[in-house]
Design a protein around this ligand. Structure first.
Ligand code: ADP
Length: 160
């Protein structure tokens, strides 16, 4: 059985993230969505809220996947849950440099774990959690960028 991890901050999960989830599911039997604590980053939503929004968004699509919070080294976490693959999304050029650097470092630490980069549907190529938050805080419409569950929480937290 092939297990994959899709790690990220998911602050909050967007339709771009969900696009990557659905692509990843075609390639593995089990997919764990791993929410990074990122205690050094100032996130809009707590780890618990980010997990809840992921669960609600998956439920809206009838997807039943494991969602976990993790801290520390991703490759150690991958080993612990016996994952063979790490999935990351690649958007426009801006992601490449950072992702490439991380992938090489991960490969050095855990050569047995393969990293796979997936590109989303064109409509999501410029979509990011921070863009969604900016639009929501300015009163813009985010219903075609996130699920209804996330939209509700964004309006509660950032809406004026
Ligand atoms: P991180 O802080 O780990 O980059 P993010 O939640 O921003 O966490 O992103 C998690 C992963 O999802 C990253 O690999 C990122 O490139 C990818 N990703 C984010 N938004 C999109 C999108 N719109 N389309 C495709 N991949 C995306």
């Amino acid at each position: 059985m092939k297990t994959g991890i899709y790690p990220g901050t998911f602050d909050p999960i967007t339709l771009g993230h969900l696009d990557i989830v659905q692509r990843s599911l075609r390639l593995v039997d089990r997919l764990v969505i791993a929410v990074t604590l990122n205690s050094h980053k100032s996130n809009t939503f707590s780890a618990e809220e980010r997990v809840e929004m992921i669960r609600e968004s998956l439920a809206e699509r009838n997807l039943d996947l494991e969602v976990e919070v993790f801290d520390g080294l991703l490759v150690e976490y991958a080993r612990r849950i016996k994952a063979q693959v790490i999935f990351r999304g690649l958007r426009a050029v801006s992601d490449f440099e950072y992702e490439f650097q991380m992938a090489l470092m991960n490969k050095k630490m855990a050569p047995e774990v393969e990293e796979v980069f997936l590109t989303p549907d064109q409509q999501y190529i410029y979509l990011s959690s921070s863009l969604v938050k900016e639009v929501a805080s300015l009163g813009g419409k985010v219903s075609d960028l996130v699920t209804p569950a996330v939209e509700r929480r964004l309006l509660q937290r950032l809406g004026s």
